[in-house]
Every structure is written in structure tokens, then in C-alpha cells.
Design a protein around this ligand. Structure first.
Ligand code: FAD
Ligand code: SIN
Length: 542
């Protein structure tokens, strides 16, 4: 079946650039891949907004790695597999856990300034689901900023790496099933093509599909949607992780309060002051985050409130301020002093576990296309992501994919031949909807019907509403990112909702109130979306 692009074009009429390796995304995955590929190939890295506007930049808690004598790879592997609830792929888990220390050592050599104890040893924090303190962090609660800045410094020094900011990628260009680059747009240049021998999708997550989210507004799942249109396989799209603690002030944007705060001894309490988590799980406040998010909802229902509180008073004002300076500053903006008052918190959409299915080198099912970081599904996280396992996954697979892509373009001395073809889109006969209204309604719909608690009829209702909107939005041709993002959000919302309706069990982050039990007999399997499918298909866990 002929594929549909978001915008019509004729390759021979479009301005174009050519590169060995195109990387879509300037977060940790894209930057690490660029450095790896840039050792032997020409790289062009693009981001749709400013370079620092990424999930990476906002990461707080840290990076999981086994680098202490009293910790072990086996323990990190076991914790990751346990949290993944039967869907993690063991080889991917072993790869990330065992390669993690080397990725951290090289970052330190590149100048990344991780927090240290007074004796100079790395400082390790504790987070939910980890049976050891193995989370390194930077500037207290600004790990992502330090990580991104360190990688950017290295990338910018490499002559082989060019960077384009404020460059929106609409679609991957495919020719006879192979990826040949991407269709790009900037305000100044308009549409142009980037032809590449290898394309790496490092476009991040999908949090912005939900009304309540820790993610910045850029997280509109563009990469998932463009991979889908390019007929790449996607896996386990129903698996969206919700973070238990974002600051809850009605009317304000949600701001993450790191799990590391609970790692330092803070407790969740309800409005009567009861520390309720011990009633829900033996690990209490440090239970895996899906358990904590659901427990918060249950306690909110029990106490008839819109939020609970995070009690950090044991740390004292100075203790809190020195360990979590960024969160302290944000609390101050809301006139909350965490040393003296509990912080009002509520769960939010946080991390897209499902993604573009790829192998241990980041290769997707489409030739010449790789996926890395939050856009990918490597098998590490299974049905749930262990805290602080995401930045490390992106570092490990970013390097692997970057090296693999470069190794496969080096030696290609033939000049790149610009393909000649035309992508046409028939004119829409249907009326237009108010896009801003659809976007905001879609976010509310997903939060309400496809959020932490899911129920069959409400999922079916959500899928019908998404189909209705899609009917009027997906047949249009837009001329700016707002329209393209909405089209991407609708495409991915449908995949997520239909997959959530299909999986009639509870597993990891996917909680069905109508099927509250884990069902290994029928459902210890992935749900794979192959090109153009209306429903996902079961695939075995290897
Ligand atoms: P991102 O960092 O999100 O980068 C995506 C890039 O793709 C951006 O540059 C964006 O501009 C670009 N892009 C997207 N679409 C397009 C398009 N159409 N055209 C061009 N460019 C595009 N994980 C941990 O392991 N530890 C933590 O402590 C932690 N804390 C977190 C705190 C917060 C508040 C959030 C939101 C996440 C946190 N995570 C944490 C998760 C982690 O930060 C992300 O999973 C990870 O950073 C994803 O990296 P990435 O490179 O895949 O994507
Ligand atoms: C946090 O700091 O709580 C976020 C950690 C993560 O998402 O892994």
C-alpha cells in the first residue's frame, strides 16, 4: 500500500542536503549517537526547538549504574527484570547493565561533573525498585542538564558533526521500503529534504499526549508517528509510565519532584498526615513507581482529595535545599518550604515505555533506520521502567547505534543519488476542526480514559473519539508544526488506546480495573504493530 506523508513534495523540486548519518533529536540518545558516529562519518543532528528543549534536559534523579563494590550487575539485572514484569528481554537488560559503567567513565573523562561524597567518591542515591544505592546524579537534581551539556560540549568540538536547531522533521523518506532520510522544515527555509545513508530516530517520548505530564511540550511522539507512517514495527505502545510525584497546584504546569527525594527518606502522606504507602507495598515509598502511582490514586479516592503530600520535613530546609536545589527553587515559587511544609503532589504521565522496535544495535525493521532512547523499544524496560534506567539505556544504545550506522556508511564512496519521486495527497473534502481545541481535548481524553487506571468500555470510547477527530485532521495538509504535531499525537494516541484495549490484563504500567490480575498464560507477550495494521498482534518474549 502506498504510504501517506504529512505534506506533498517532489524530491527533484525540493532543496536538499546530503549527509552520511542523520540524527533526529538532541537529547542524550541523539547526542551520544552523534559522538559515536562522528568518529568516522559525517553527521547532521537536528532538533525541532532549541537544542536544550528535550526530556533529557529536565531529568532529575540520576543514572543507574553498578559502580560500587557492594553492588553487582546481577542485582541491577534482577531489579530491572522484576520491574519489567515478564516483558523485558534479558539480552537487552544484560547489555545495558554491563556496559553502563564504561559509558559513565567516559562521561567523567569528558568533564561531566557528577556529585561526590566529601572523600571524592561518587555519591550514589536510592530510587524505587532498586535493591541498592546505585543512582549517580549531578548538581543535586539537575542530572539531565549536566549530561546534555557535557555531551553537547563534545559534539560541538567535532568537525564531522553539524547541528541544526529549530528544524522540524515531518516524515522519514522511504524508497522501496528503505529509509533515505527525512522531510524537514524551518521557518526560514520552508520544506527541504535531508538525504542520508542512515537515519537515527532519537526523538524522545509521548508525555505531551496527556493533560498531566512531567514532559516538556515537545514530547508529542513525532518519532513514533513518523516511524509508523514509514511502516516500521512498533511494540507495546500501551505501556506508558506515570510518575507518582509532580507538584500539584491547580492551574500551574506540573513539575517533577524526583523519586530521589523519597530515596532520601521523604514519605507520602495523605491529608490527615497518614503515611499510607506501607499499607500498599512492602517497599512502601520506594515501591516501583506504577505501584506508588496507583496507591496514590487509591488513597486520594479513599480520602476524597485531588492530591496527596510528600513530607520532606525530616531533611530540614538546609538539607533539602543542598540536595535538591532545583526542586527547592520551584517550591519557593509556590511559597512552599519543603523543610517546613509537605509538598502537594499528584501522579503524571512521564515515560513512553513502548516504541519503535529495534535490535541490540538500535536497528529498526526498516532498512537504514535506527531508533534509540525513549523513541525506541529495546526490550530493557519490559512492561515498566525501573527508575533512572532511561538515561543509561540511551547512552548505551546511542553509542551502539551511532557506531553501527557509521560502520555501514564508511566505504560508500559513490556520490549520493537524489531519488526522484513525488508524494501526493488528495485534497480534503471534509470541514476543518479547531486544532487547538482538539489538541487540548485529546490530552484530557487520554488522561481520563487511557491514564493510570484503564477500563475496557472507556478505552473503546476513547478510540472512537480519536478516530472521529482523526477523520477530520489526518486528511488535511498543514503548513506548520502545530498541525503536524497534532497529526502525530492522534496517530500515536490511537495506537496506545487500541493496544491498551487489546491487552486484557494488568501488567507493569498497564492497569486494567476490569482485568486487575496479571495473566501470564494469555498475555506474557508483546503487542506488535506492523505496517498499516488496525490492531496489534501478539509476539513472544524471547
Ligand atoms: P529527548 O531527550 O526527549 O530528546 C528528544 C529530541 O528529539 C529533542 O531534541 C527534540 O527536539 C527532538 N525531536 C522530537 N521530535 C522532533 C521532530 N519532529 N523534529 C525534530 N526534532 C524532534 N530518566 C532517567 O534515567 N533518570 C532521571 O533522573 C530522569 N528524570 C526525568 C525527569 C523528567 C522531568 C523527565 C521528563 C524525564 C526524566 N527521565 C529520567 C526520562 C529521561 O529523561 C528520558 O527518557 C530521556 O532523556 C530521553 O532521551 P531521548 O534522547 O530519547 O529524548
Ligand atoms: C526522578 O527523578 O524521579 C525521575 C527518574 C526517572 O524517571 O528515572
Amino acid at each position: 500500500m502506498e504510504r501517506r506523508y504529512l505534506h506533498p513534495f517532489k524530491t527533484h523540486r525540493l532543496p536538499h542536503v546530503v549527509t552520511d548519518v542523520l540524527i533526529i533529536g538532541s537529547g542524550v540518545a541523539g547526542l551520544r549517537a552523534a559522538i559515536a558516529a562522528g568518529d568516522s562519518a559525517d553527521v547532521l543532528l537536528v532538533s525541532k526547538q532549541h537544542l536544550s528543549e528535550s526530556n533529557t534536559f529536565y531529568a532529575q534523579g540520576g543514572i543507574a549504574t553498578v559502580m560500587r563494590a557492594d553492588d553487582s550487575f546481577e542485582s541491577h539485572i534482577a531489579d530491572t527484570l522484576a520491574t519489567g514484569c515478564g516483558l523485558s528481554e534479558r539480552e537487552a537488560v544484560e547489555t545495558v547493565v554491563r556496559e553502563a559503567p564504561a559509558r559513565i567513565e567516559e562521561l567523567i573523562q569528558w568533564g561531566a561533573n557528577f556529585d561526590r561524597e566529601t572523600d571524592g567518591r561518587l555519591s550514589f542515591g536510592r530510587e524505587g525498585g532498586h535493591s541498592a544505592a546505585r543512582i549517580i546524579h549531578a548538581l543535586g537534581d539537575a542530572t539531565g542538564r549536566e549530561l546534555a551539556n557535557s555531551l553537547l560540549r563534545v559534539a560541538m568540538q567535532r568537525e564531522s558533526i553539524s547541528i541544526l536547531e529549530h528544524t522540524f522533521i515531518l516524515d522519514l523518506i522511504t524508497l522501496e521500503g528503505r529509509c533515505a532520510g527525512a522531510l524537514a522544515w524551518t521557518q526560514q527555509r520552508g520544506l527541504f529534504a535531508i538525504f542520508a545513508r542512515k537515519t537515527l530516530l532519537a526523538s524522545g517520548g509521548a508525555g505531551a499526549l496527556f493533560r498531566e505530564t512531567t514532559n516538556p511540550a515537545i514530547a508529542t511522539a513525532d518519532g513514533h508517528a513518523m516511524a509508523w507512517r514509514a511502516q516500521a514495527e512498533l511494540r507495546d505502545m500501551e505501556m506508558m509510565q506515570f510518575h507518582p510525584t509532580t507538584i500539584y497546584i491547580a492551574g500551574s504546569a506540573r513539575f517533577l519532584v524526583s523519586e530521589a527525594v523519597r530515596g532520601e527518606g521523604a514519605t507520602l502522606i495523605d491529608r490527615s498526615g497518614e503515611a499510607f504507602m506501607k499499607a500498599y507495598h512492602p517497599m512502601a515509598d520506594l515501591a516501583p513507581r506504577d505501584v506508588v502511582s496507583r496507591s496514590i490514586l487509591a488513597q486520594m479516592a479513599k480520602t476524597q482529595t485531588t492530591h496527596v503530600f510528600l513530607d520532606c520535613r525530616k531533611m530540614g530546609e538546609n538539607g533539602f535545599k543542598s540536595r535538591f536545589p532545583g526542586i527547592y527553587q520551584v517550591c519557593q515559587q509556590f511559597a512552599i518550604n519543603p523543610g517546613h511544609q509537605p509538598i502537594p503532589v499528584h501522579p503524571s504521565a512521564h515515560y513512553m515505555v513502548g516504541g519503535v522496535r529495534c535490535d541490540l544495535m538500535g536497528r529498526s525493521s526498516v532498512e537504514n533506520l535506527y531508533a534509540i532512547g525513549e523513541a525506541s523499544y529495546t526490550g530493557l524496560h519490559g512492561a515498566n521502567r525501573l527508575a533512572s534506567n532511561s538515561l543509561i539505556e540511551a547512552l548505551v544504545f546511542g553509542k551502539r547505534a551511532g557506531e553501527d550506522a557509521a560502520a555501514n556508511v564508511v566505504g560508500h564512496q559513490r556520490p549520493f543519488e537524489v531519488p526522484r519521486f513525488t508524494a501526493e495527497i488528495p485534497r480534503s473534502q471534509r470541514t476543518e476542526l479547531d486544532m487547538a481545541d482538539v489538541r487540548s481535548s485529546l490530552k484530557s481524553l487520554l488522561w481520563r480514559n487511557v491514564g493510570i487506571e484503564r477500563h475496557g468500555p472507556r478505552l473503546v470510547e476513547a478510540a472512537e473519539i480519536i478516530d472521529f477527530w482523526s477523520h477530520y485532521v489526518l486528511d488535511k495538509v498543514f503548513d506548520s508544526p502545530a498541525g503536524w504535531e497534532l497529526q502525530n499525537m492522534l496517530e500515536v494516541a490511537r495506537l496506545m488506546t487500541v493496544a491498551a484495549a487489546t491487552r486484557t490484563e494488568t501488567r507493569g504500567v498497564h492497569y486494567r480495573t476490569d482485568f486487575p490480575e496479571l495473566n501470564d498464560v494469555d498475555w506474557r507477550c508483546h503487542l506488535d504493530w506492523s505496517a498499516q495494521a488496525r490492531v496489534p498482534e501478539k509476539a513472544p518474549v524471547s
